[in-house]
Structure formats: structure tokens, C-alpha cells
Design a protein around this ligand. Structure first.
Ligand SMILES: [Zn+2]
Length: 418
């Protein structure tokens, strides 16, 4: 602990001000990535930064980097980041907290006239949510070399608008090359998006890493036909297989308390009352904190589907894995710094593994990185009623401050408690 603290009131009022941009009727926010609302949110954030004299740089995928200079300008900065985009009916804290807490750290350093050795930066990553353009964690993925810039620029939203067109509209196409800016270490504060901290009355989640994720598209193909004339026994009906497939996925998910299995999309083609569908398409999302166990779940799914496919007469069942995000392990020293800060400040804390994906997962592939979680009410997120109490917002930002100061290197001025 450093003996310094953030201004929790200022941070809270910024969170509430940001929520007014794209405000929804039920108290949430709607700022889809690279929409006018998203841009308006960024402009507000940049106005706050410029007001304190912090300079901003952006790259060609629209990631923003706001710097407070260090004593050693050439040192790679300690970067605190997250995202300002939201789900269509998103809340006030997911992502926004991490960005505005980063700005609060910068402002606190400025208020205290504390010089750090390395610069400290706040990063705003483009399109973390993946609600408008897929994949999620897009900007951080391009920065870290996980996705190519050219392929990402060509991605389109549901109405066919390419990422490149929106970036040009807001002038980001004149930015620096993504990934060209060095990062020394990376910190991200986020709401937990689960119920554990609240249930256990903990203030700080010391995030040790993220669970492994696999995504699949499951396609069941028969032949569409009129709902009336064709006798049941003569149909090639893929919907009939839905129960068996769902049963298999849930059996895998329920095998182990740490496992998760989710069917988020179910589509029938052509989707008409009086047509027996010719095709059913499902999404399957499976997660586990242990890579080997997820591999086993994968095997069980693949075998189960192969067996169902062999048994299903007249229907072809095809499983395609579309994404695999391996287990993420955060930096031991940064994790320890989070633990130490929480303990010194008297915040009840526990170690945990992130169930959701975050920009920090990409960053952890290329630089030392870690995350800090704070509780959110009822574990609810991606929801307009998402809420984190002001004291938890402040506590999370204080931990960020401590860890950033340690990572950036600071000498306490005479008279200050170190
Ligand atoms: Zn988020």
C-alpha cells in the first residue's frame, strides 16, 4: 500500500456522466462499438483527459492511449485499460469502470504531484463486447497480433457496414500502426460479472487468470417440407434431434461444478409456422478453468455428436469448432501486488478465475498482465440493472493505484507516508 487514495466521488460522478451517453430507459447504456454513441462516449472521456493535460494517441483500429509522462520517457508504460463500448442493453460499469478508474489513477497522481519512473497510460480498446462486430475483444486482439488489421477492417456488422468505414467516419484511419506502441505491463479493473464476491462479502477479486473457452457451430440438416401433406414417418426432420443434442451438451456441462456449457443460439431454416425446417443451427459455448478438462469435454461432445449422427436417419449432424481460447495465466508478480494492496488496505479479497473473456486475456499473451475484480449486485451484467456500489468502485481503483505505482516505480516525496 502506498498511503495514497483515489477520489471515489469524482470517479463515481464520471461513471454516472458516461452512462448518460446512449442512456436507456431502464438506467443502462447503449453504446455499440464504433457507433455515434460509442464515439460520443470517447469524446467525453478525451475531454476529461485533455482537461488534465494528458495527451492521447489512437491507432488504426481505434484503440486510444492516454499518457501521463514518466521520468524515463523511453520506459515502456504501465497501461491500465478496458472498454467503453456496451452491449445493446448494457450497464453502467462493464468496461467503463476499468477505463474511468484508469483515468482516476492518472488524475490522482496529478493531484498528488507524484512522478513515476515509467509513464502511466489508460487504454480504451475498440469493440470489446463483440455485440455489433464479431469477434469480441477486437481492438486488443489486433494490438496483440491475434487478429490481422486487414482482416479485421473488412469485418461487417449485421447491416453490412464494414469496420473500416466506421473507423474512417471518426478519423481513426489516420492513427498509428496497431501494436506499434510498447507496453511494459497491463492492468484491468472490471466488475466480476458473477455472484461470488457478493455472496462471500469480499471486496476484491484477485484474478489469477481466465478459463479456457471453446465455441462450436452445430448444424443439423434434413430436408424442409410442407407441415401438412408429408407424413411424419417420411420426414427428414432435424428438429427431432434437438432434444438429444441439448441433452448431450447439458450432460457435459453438469459433469463438473467448474464446467459451463451454453447453447446461446438456436435457429431454424427457413423459420416458418407451416414449414418443417430443413436445417437447425445451434451455438455451443463450453468453458473450464482447466485446459485438460475442457479438452475432455470437447472429446465427449465430439464423440456424442458422431454417435447421434450415425443414429439419426436422414439427418446430418455436423459439429464445427469455431474458436478456442486457451487458459489464461496472469503475471505472478502483478497478482501478488494486487493481493498485497488489498490486504494492506483491509479489503476482504479472494483469488478467482475469470469466467468471462476480457481484453487482458490478449494482453497477457504479450506482456505481464493481471486483473482486479469488484462485486456487482446479484452477479448481473450485460444488463441495464448492472450495479456496483460506490465503495467497491473506490476500492478497486485504490488497488489499481497501488499496483500501478509499484509497477511504474515511484519515490514518495518527503513527508508522505510510503
Ligand atoms: Zn467488459
Amino acid at each position: 500500500m502506498t498511503g495514497y487514495s483515489v477520489d471515489g466521488t469524482r470517479l463515481w460522478s464520471r461513471l454516472m456522466d458516461m452512462a448518460e451517453i446512449g442512456a436507456t430507459a431502464n438506467g443502462g447504456s447503449h453504446r455499440l462499438a464504433l457507433s455515434q454513441d460509442d464515439e460520443d462516449g470517447r469524446e467525453l472521456f478525451l475531454a476529461w483527459c485533455e482537461n488534465r493535460g494528458f495527451t492521447a494517441v489512437f491507432d488504426r483500429i481505434g484503440n486510444l492511449f492516454v499518457r501521463r509522462a514518466g521520468r524515463t520517457p523511453a520506459a515502456p508504460p504501465v497501461v491500465i485499460g478496458s472498454h467503453l463500448d456496451t452491449q445493446p442493453s448494457g450497464g453502467r460499469f462493464d468496461g467503463v469502470l476499468g477505463v474511468l478508474a484508469g483515468l482516476e489513477v492518472l488524475e490522482t497522481l496529478e493531484d498528488l504531484e507524484l512522478a513515476t519512473e515509467a509513464p502511466v497510460e489508460v487504454a480504451v480498446w475498440t469493440n470489446e463486447e463483440g455485440a455489433r462486430f464479431q469477434p469480441a475483444m477486437m481492438g486488443s486482439g489486433v494490438h496483440c497480433g491475434v487478429h490481422s488489421l486487414a482482416e479485421t477492417l473488412a469485418l461487417t456488422d449485421a447491416s453490412g457496414i464494414p469496420v473500416a468505414q466506421e473507423l474512417e467516419r471518426f478519423g481513426y484511419d489516420s492513427g498509428v500502426e496497431p501494436g506499434s506502441r510498447a507496453i511494459g505491463s497491463y492492468l484491468e479493473l472490471h466488475i466480476e460479472q458473477g455472484p461470488v464476491l457478493e455472496q462471500e462479502k469480499k471486496t476484491i477479486g484477485v484474478v489469477t487468470g481466465g478459463q479456457a473457452i471453446r465455441w462450436y457451430t452445430l448444424t443439423m440438416t434434413g430436408e424442409e417440407t410442407h407441415a401438412g401433406p408429408m407424413p411424419m414417418a417420411m420426414r427428414r426432420d432435424p428438429v427431432r434431434q434437438l432434444a438429444a443434442v441439448t441433452e448431450l451438451v447439458y450432460r457435459i456441462g453438469l459433469e463438473d461444478p467448474d464446467a459451463r456449457a451454453t447453447i446461446g443460439v438456436i435457429e431454424t431454416q427457413p423459420g416458418s409456422f407451416n414449414v418443417m425446417p430443413g436445417q437447425v443451427r445451434l451455438s455451443v459455448d463450453m468453458r473450464h478453468p482447466d485446459e485438460a478438462v475442457l479438452g475432455h469435454m470437447h472429446g465427449t461432445l465430439a464423440e456424442g455428436i458422431a454417435q447421434l449422427n450415425a443414429e439419426a436417419e436422414g439427418v446430418d449432424i455436423n459439429l464445427e469448432q469455431t474458436w478456442h481460447s486457451p487458459v489464461v495465466t496472469f503475471d505472478t508478480q502483478l497478482i501478488e501486488a494486487v493481493r498485497t494492496s488489498a490486504a494492506a488496505r483491509g479489503y476482504a479479497a479472494r483469488d478467482m478465475v475469470s469466467g468471462a473473456g476480457h481484453d487482458a486475456f490478449h494482453l497477457a499473451k504479450v506482456v505481464p498482465a493481471t486483473m482486479v475484480f469488484v462485486p456487482c449486485r446479484d452477479g448481473i451484467s450485460h444488463n441495464e440493472r448492472e450495479y456496483t456500489a460506490p465503495e467497491h468502485v473506490r476500492a478497486g481503483a485504490n488497488v489499481l493505484l497501488d499496483v500501478a505505482l509499484q509497477a511504474a516505480g515511484v519515490q514518495a516525496p518527503a513527508g508522505a507516508t510510503a
